[in-house]
Design a protein. Sequence first.
Length: 291
Amino acid sequence: MQTPAPFEYERATSVANALALLERHGPEARLVAGGHSLLPMMKLRLANPSHLIDINDLAELAYIREDGDEIVIGALTRHVELLKSELLAKRFPLFRDAEQVIADPVVRNRGTIGGSLCQADAAEDLSAVCTAVKARVVIRGADGERTVGIEDFHIGPYMTAVRDGELLTEVRIPVRPGAGSAHEKVERRAGDWAIAAASASLWVDGGKIADAGVALSGVGPTTIHLARAEELLRGKAPSDDLFVHAGQIASEDCSPSADGRGPVDYKRHLAGVLTTRALRRAAARALHQEA
């Protein structure tokens, strides 16, 4: 039987208390909410924290709401709440697209957006979703808060900008007119990690693409931000030829590895096809909003 190494356990009562516990126990302490990524790693002894700090009681970090010209999502918001949110479905429907193909009901009922982003797994869906919508994240520590763009948040495989003694508290997404978004995924079986997935957001103004966000999961060591495809799309009218061209860029700019989910050429092909599909659906939704 696989069992974790010995560890101490404490339950945080507030964000301030969680930060105090992190400071007291040092860099070997880890936060746990859903635990669906951390606990399996502990059982395999790939992670050996000396202390687990349970933050499940921090209701102050569980919310989805509008705040001025942004949608703000608390880090402890569960997948199931992202799935059910009518606000997100209206403003950024790619969240619902993604949540419908993430794991299973058990995981969706307990897993959190903060845990997903902080795990920084390259095959994880919400990192690509947040990259496509140009999200920012709020990180809190003993010295106060700082805000980091999502493109600077993931700094390597399983590595983020959250430092020792800090806590991700919020995701902030700018709301702009003419928005449409979509998420496409191929997996070996329902709820599995992505073989490849593509998230796309378009902002259409006057029949042309004012801005674009495109990102991939599962086809590189980290989430792939397709900046070159975004540059191609800006200023042009939506068209199938344009989206096929962006898909070709996705195939070229990803960096998959061969594994049990498929060879490199297959994953590159999927990245291109899924990017094209996501852009088509995002454009249809954006044009519907503009109309």
